[in-house]
Design a protein around this ligand. Sequence first.
Ligand SMILES: [Zn+2]
Length: 102
Amino acid sequence: MIPLGRKERIAKAATRTASQARETAARERGRSKRSTSSSGVAAHRHCSVCWAPIPLSAEPPVCSDEECESTYEKREASRKRLTIMLYLFPAIAILLALLTAI
Ligand SMILES: [Zn+2]
């Protein structure tokens, strides 16, 4: 085996330290990211009406406020109605088309 030249050896060492530094920086970045997520606010969700933080298991996703609950229910009802209409109108249109075709 041919021994490496002095220049080559130095270059190799330099690239090694550079990659090591990059690795350390990446590890450091990852650690800091992890620490913010663990020391920061715990996993939670927000009241869909007033955006107050509520526990993750809250169902329906509203806070304990009665007003928020009724607002959420009203919103849900109108959403359901909209979904029904979204299906009902095309169905009626198809039905009418079929009836006129006969
Ligand atoms: Zn609320």
